[in-house]
Design a protein around this ligand. Sequence first.
Ligand code: AP5
Length: 210
Amino acid sequence: MNIILFGPPGSGKGTQSAELVKSLGMRQVSTGDLFREAIKNKTAVGVRAKEYMDKGNLVPDGIVLEMVEENLSKSATNFILDGFPRNLEQAAALDALLNRMNISIDKAIFLEVDKKDLIRRLVGRRVCSQCGNVYHVDYKPCRKDSTCDSCGGAVVQRTDDTEEVVVSRLGVYEQYTSPLRDYYKRVGKYNEVNGNRSPHDVFEDIKKLM
Ligand code: AP5
């Protein structure tokens, strides 16, 4: 099954994708992770993307689409698109790409979370700089201060998780990404999950949809 997992920043797309990878052997394609990897490796794409990400803006479509196409051409079965598409233009370009590849998206799953909780989730989020494991200072702290439970790597705050940038990301989401809900309703692929509950309960609902 191929799915799109979408929702506002902090709605739990990365957390739920990690569970889907672990439990159902799916492949996660996260454009945010791909950009962070490119930044870490100081590639030309990474340098370009960082300018936009640091301000909470969307990276230009041309860069995103090229990266997604390259990634999907490696393997395009049983995947989760996490953080892509992010606007109507990207959604149309994805449809055209999948048509050319003769594959399709089965479901677009929207994670609905109250706006007031998103800022708290994002500003308190911490991430392992080595393996990418996601923590939260209140909801899911690491056992040993700033050290990853799994690999012992340094657990840090993402540079775009400051309150100022988070507010900007939420505005960008409202303007460009939230219209995707209607887009996927129109094509009959829209599903909604209440993301205001524990990660476990949210995952159970996603599993039921799969
Ligand atoms: P990206 O990395 O995709 O960020 P995002 O969409 O803003 O989403 P996040 O990763 O911040 O949140 P999430 O929904 O994955 O939540 P998580 O599970 O981590 O993109 C970053 C930037 O890259 C963008 O701003 C843009 O510049 C660029 N970009 C990426 N894709 C692009 C594209 N297609 N086009 C253009 N530009 C693009 O959870 C958050 C926190 O909450 C964690 O601490 C977690 O532990 C906690 N949590 C999770 N679930 C729960 C729960 N149920 N209850 C309580 N806490 C929870």
